[in-house]
Design a protein around this ligand. Sequence first.
Ligand code: ATP
Ligand code: MG
Length: 646
Amino acid sequence: MPEQSLYPVPAEWAKQARVDAAGYDKLYGRSLADPGSFWLEQARRLDWIKRPEIAGDWSFDEADFHIQWFADGKLNVAANCLDRHLAKRADQIALIWEPDDPKAEPRRFTYAELHAEVCRFANVLKAQGVAKGDRVTVYMPMIPEAAFALLACARIGAIHSVVFGGFSPEALAGRISDCDSNIVITADEGRRGGKTVPLKANVDACAAHAPALKQVIVVRATGGAVTMQPGRDVWYHEAAENVSTVCPPEPMGAEDPLFLLYTSGSTGQPKGVLHTSGGYLLWASLTHELAFDYRAGDVWWCAADIGWVTGHSYVLYGPLANGATTLMYEGLPNWPDASRIWQVCDRHQVHTVYTAPTALRALMKDGDDFVAKTSRTSLKLLGTVGEPINPEAWRWYHDVVGEGRCPIIDTWWQTETGGAMIAPLPGATGLKPGSATKPMPGVDLQIVDTEGQVLAGATEGNLVIARSWPGQMRTVWGDHDRFFQTYFTTYRGKYFTGDGCRRDEDGYYWITGRVDDVINVSGHRMGTAEVESALVLHPQVAEAAVVGMPHDIKGQGIYAYVTLNAGETPSDDLRRDLVKWVRTEIGPIATPDKLQFAPGLPKTRSGKIMRRILRKIAEGDVSALGDTSTLADPAVVDDLVANRVE
Ligand code: ATP
Ligand code: MG
């Protein structure tokens, strides 16, 4: 059976809670009972040029399909993240930058300095002819200039579209063309894990397939050699010499687009998710404060790349809107070794670190010594996002990293949702390993069966959201019909998340995996997360992925891919042992039919396992693996195909 143990709210958290258990019930209750006044009140946390008088205005029905929040309000997102803090926090550190190379010097920017840098960058963009509504592609390493660039776009009302710096020229070209963006901001090279990434060269290589591209702004990051194309390419540092650091923020409608971001593509062709200004910023800011209990003076570290929505909402917009000190890290969690992430926590006295289960599993695999030799006494909270966290990894995070002191904030959300949707409030919600716990205010969750019947009480089914929330995406770029078809037609009148979910007797939500990944063995529906968690629990297993495969008798059988811990060797005995292990942990119905040892699993760059590829391999359909351009390491696929279990 899945983990059920409850970790109650620690006494000292309950005592100084911003929101306690009773407070959460009240807040959540009001958010649904009286959404109009609730959201107008919440909107006061932002600084408006014109304060809105209407909150949500939306319908998920086909005949009248529309989503708007605070539509009559006017604001500027960058001014909310910078200008409004200048009176009180001009000299507080806004951004700490930790370089890839542990021996290199970190950089720090106060709110006043960050404000000046953003204005300068904004003026460079203006000088290049960028105007409100233009799409600006950002293909950058994790350096401060990436933050300046995004906030500069927000300041002048341009729509940024960040493409992860690890993506190939083809993936970049596709995203530039999809949104018809004619300018790219990039750097000479990026640095990650001691290696350089040829960003500018990739932009050059993509240009032939991206006819829209007319201008390239190049930030000098490593000093590596690049070829500049006259008339198209400009050095940022040269352009920046000729502009001032005064740039008034553009007044924007709350519903004016803020950014476009392509989803990670773990389930199919990436979609250009569009977020707008007012509702998105409110959501990022509110959830950052509530779920992570951000307090003035805390050092906050979201370890995600700004190429992902997590980096948008929780490296930049949420924390800066809240006047936080936010840390941006250029490198990898486990380079030069598995201590690095905890060393960075010590070096900058980080209060909260927010990362992904995939990173935690990788660190766990290298053993506890790498953690034990760091201090981590500054930490007060530990966050996770991206996938269901296996209870085994949860407990390791809690017991080994946090030494039992730090609540684990498991946040369920999507690129589409703008910010956290299900997450504990540390002073209010007891924790259960593997559960993201309870909905944020205004998030009206329902679990439905395949016919769309709403299921009550403790149950399992498909997760839908019955009403709009301010941080909701507004459209798929260039294809509003695809937006409606993808999310609002499976269950009429509701937003379908694509995820399976269980609700327990205490009202806690447990994401069971993507609905498309549910395996049906002899009529028993099983989430992939449960079987994978059982495998990961085995002392020799580091990571596992399971998929369904056709089976003559059972309809579907279970095909498991297993990565062993460092130093373990695959063998037939171990294979038998693992199969038996799952039988005992979950029951005979979950017995894997085939088990393949895999040195690596196909993952997106954000660390999500691409099960659709594993499914094809399990089915023996290896000629049609689909789009693999967003894979972190396409080479692992060859190994998987070669060692497929017949
Ligand atoms: P695509 O939509 O292109 O397939 P993607 O869904 O991987 O890409 P994201 O928006 O980054 O892109 O991921 C959201 C998904 O990640 C959720 O739908 C859910 O399946 C999973 N997820 C995120 N956080 C959690 C969490 N805390 N617990 C369980 N699952 C999570
Ligand atoms: Mg998705």
